[in-house]
Write a protein that binds this ligand. Structure first.
Ligand SMILES: O=C(O)CCC(=O)C(=O)O
Length: 263
């Protein structure tokens, strides 16, 4: 009995440390969150989505990088990643209980892709730097190594003032095994690293943003009413169907969830 009671207490303590690290450093790595079966299924799903996809046509996304957006109608084996309770516990600790997906995409950084320009994801919003508008996750579908372009992060940079950019020696690679999650503040400066290896580095990247902001991806339009109806209530909420407040996000004067299920 005593041993059984110790496990949740230890788990709660570990969770508090992760939240404190996320607040203090702007990121936390959750190693090996996925089971072997979940990871293998996610990798298979990634490969099926990437089939026939061309490299991106711009420098930021990466001209040796393949990306797939609008994933919600084909979440498939990504669903356990998109709804992982360990990730959402951290996101809720930073954003509160109500939030939605922002940009959501699969990224395959192929050999020879140079490093991305450093940026912070919440830079798309004209908000003061000290507002935590997003808490995001990068799921490693392959081992993230120094050679294959592990995400470069500038620890503590979520607290930097406007206009302060990272110097090259302030960026460190977030090395982690496949199946791990890098959870980070939308204010943290980071970039995809240079892939000098001979293999592709795949990642599933999900932003979570405050419910009253316009998300980077228009999930409602991309998924459509039928697609939304076929999602679980949790994914529907994350798609942005849930109202952001009493008079924010209703449709036809109704709660959008009820509207969707009655039309
Ligand atoms: O692939 C990565 O490591 C990060 C990509 C990224 O930050 C982005 O494209 O916004």
């Amino acid at each position: 009995m005593g041993g059984r009671r110790a496990v949740p207490a230890a788990g709660k303590f570990a969770a508090m440390i992760e939240i404190a690290a996320l607040e203090a450093e702007g990121f936390v790595v959750l190693p090996g969150l996925l089971s072997d079966a979940q990871l293998a299924a996610a990798v298979r799903h990634a490969d099926s989505l990437l089939h026939g996809v061309d490299w991106s046509d711009n420098d930021f996304d990466g001209r040796r990088t393949r990306r797939v957006y609008s994933l919600l109608s084909r979440a498939g084996a990504f669903e356990p990643l998109l709804t992982h309770p360990e990730v959402h516990r951290l996101v809720a600790a930073r954003l509160g209980e109500a939030y939605q997906f922002g940009m959501l995409f699969l990224s395959a950084v192929d050999p020879g892709q140079g490093a991305q320009s450093p940026h912070f994801d919440a830079g798309v919003y004209p908000l003061p730097r000290d507002v935590e508008a997003e808490t995001n996750v990068i799921w490693a579908l392959d081992d993230f190594t120094v050679d294959n372009g592990a995400t470069l992060i500038a620890p503590g940079s979520h607290r930097w003032p406007p206009g302060r950019h990272p110097q090259p020696d302030e960026l460190v690679p977030a090395v982690m095994p496949a199946g791990s999650a890098l959870v980070y503040s939308g204010r943290l400066w980071h970039a995809a690293g240079h892939n000098r290896a001979g293999t592709t580095r795949r990642a599933l990247i999900g932003e979570h943003v405050l419910p009253w902001l316009r998300p980077a991806d228009n999930h409602i339009l991309a998924t459509g009413p039928d697609g939304l109806r076929s999602l679980t209530p949790e994914l529907r909420r994350l798609a942005g169907v849930a109202p952001a407040g009493e008079y924010l996000g209703f449709v036809g004067g109704q709660d959008p969830e009820q509207w969707l299920l009655s039309h």
